[in-house]
Design a protein around this ligand. Structure first.
Ligand code: ZN
Length: 466
């Protein structure tokens, strides 16, 4: 009998890892980083709760680090097998893991300086660029819709999850003694109202389904309202001349914002002369999106084609990439008329901080939050209305207008999750909720019970028989 053990993303939404064990094979689904407070992130340094040498294959749904970020560690611990993923996921993974390794190195250097002064033992980074190179060499890319053997008696097929570029719903076919079982892992399901990505693919049959529940307790504000507000702010800033700062995550949200600004440009509504993408990582990711534009949804592709703009760059011709520090610093000379997209998404690092220093104290500046701001981050403090903020050793007054747009999300809402899983209703599979905070999972279970679903909220370390 095949068994599935829930190793991560059970209590919370990060550190995804699920281990499938059959008589003949062991397959690891996801290998994510725990992200959050420094205390929670200590968990990443612990040994894996399974025997790394027993794993025959690793299957990865998408490139976000909470699903993929411990892969280099797996290589370091001796895993030499394949990582099965889509091509776009492979390209994004390279950018994200290299960036993560660089940050780990910087953090360790900083910490070790302190430790040496205190006479303490030095620490090692969680993983290095070399570990990343190792894991990248083990990647095996497969297309959506192809059934592929990954381990004795186990096949995999990826379906478009519509969450970020390359993201997949994972179908696993498990053959044990002639009877085939089908396990479907939703990965992170996309928001069907979001730009560029397709809707999550509909599947109808499975023996067991693992479904994410990030937004299990909420529905998004409508995209129409969100876009009205977005345009309103950009138009107002265009009329009064203030700069617009958009702190943004490099993958997905940035490209969506570029597309939305492109729509305004194409309709003749964008008065700003320049939109700066001020993040080498977001630029690299945008290039990957460009290479894979054939996997955008057909509506948005048609819109780009009608404007004779096959790439995001052509769709928004005033888009400027700023790669070097000098290019980034040159933006500071512009006190008006610019839109600046920079990381990090929650403003706890990256170039956005330096634009804050030059713009937050100006009354005409607009700051536009398009993503979730965790508590304790500078982004959250601004959303909560602080009057001043510490930036690079200086106290900066906050005179700018701060806006929060709730409707942009790369995750399916509660209603969309219920709708997606209801397509399995003919012969109901066993349904396990994963990848969500407790409140979200409980609310989703309750909502699903109303339409006849009996769901299981998986416990950390729990093994279920398939
Ligand atoms: Zn994700």
């Amino acid at each position: 009998m095949a068994g599935l053990t829930f190793h991560g993303a059970v209590e919370g939404v990060t550190g995804s890892a699920y281990l499938l064990q059959t008589k003949r094979a062991t397959v690891l689904l996801e290998c994510g980083l725990v992200q959050g407070s420094p205390k929670a992130e200590k968990a990443n340094e612990k040994p894996f709760p399974f025997a790394v040498e027993s794993i025959d294959a690793v299957v990865l749904s998408h490139a976000h680090l909470d699903h993929s970020g411990r892969l280099p560690r797996l290589a370091r611990d001796g895993y030499g097998g394949q990582i099965i993923l889509t091509r776009a996921t492979g390209e994004l993974l390279e950018i994200m893991l290299k960036d993560a390794a660089y940050l780990q190195k910087k953090d360790a250097e900083w910490e070790n300086k302190r430790r040496r002064r205190a006479g303490k033992r030095e620490i090692e980074p969680l993983f290095t660029e070399q570990d990343v190179q190792q894991i990248l060499a083990q990647c095996e890319e497969i297309d959506y819709g192809r059934r592929w053997p990954v381990a004795p008696g186990v096949h995999v097929c990826f379906r478009d999850a519509g969450h970020i570029l390359g993201s997949a719903i994972v179908e696993l076919f498990i053959d044990e003694g002639g009877r085939e079982q089908r396990l479907v892992f939703s990965g992170d399901l996309g928001n069907s109202e979001a730009a560029l990505m397709r809707d999550p693919e509909i599947l109808t049959s499975a023996d067991a389904v693992l479904m994410e529940s990030t937004y299990g307790d909420r529905n998004h504000r409508s995209m129409e309202d969100t876009l009205d507000e977005f345009r309103g702010i950009i138009l107002e800033a265009g009329a009064t001349g203030g700069n617009v700062l958009i702190p943004s995550f490099a993958v997905g949200r940035t490209q969506e914002v570029i597309f939305r600004l492109g729509e305004m440009y194409q309709q003749g509504d964008l008065r700003q002369q320049a939109v700066f993408l001020d993040s080498p990582m977001a630029i690299a990711v945008t290039e990957v999106y460009h290479r894979h534009h054939s996997s955008f949804n057909s509506e948005d592709r048609d819109q780009m084609r009608q404007s004779h703009a096959p790439s995001l760059h052509k769709f928004l011709p005033v888009l400027r990439y700023s790669r070097s520090t000098e290019e980034s610093m040159a933006i500071n000379r512009l006190s008006e008329g610019a839109i600046i997209i920079a990381g990090s998404g929650m403003c706890n690092g990256g170039r956005i901080r330096h634009h804050f220093k030059h713009n937050l104290w100006r009354q005409r500046t607009h700051v536009l939050f398009v993503g979730y701001q965790a508590s304790g981050t500078p982004g959250r403090a601004l959303v909560d209305g602080v009057k001043s903020i510490q930036m690079g050793g200086e106290r900066i007054a906050v005179k700018a207008a701060i806006h929060t747009l709730g409707g942009f999300s790369a995750h399916a809402s509660q209603a969309q999750l219920v709708d997606w899983v209801n397509h399995f209703a003919k012969v109901r599979p066993r349904l396990y909720l994963v990848h969500g905070e407790d409140d979200a999972k409980l609310a989703l279970r309750e909502r699903l019970a109303m339409v006849g679903w009996d769901t299981v909220i998986a416990a950390q370390g729990q093994t279920v028989t398939l």
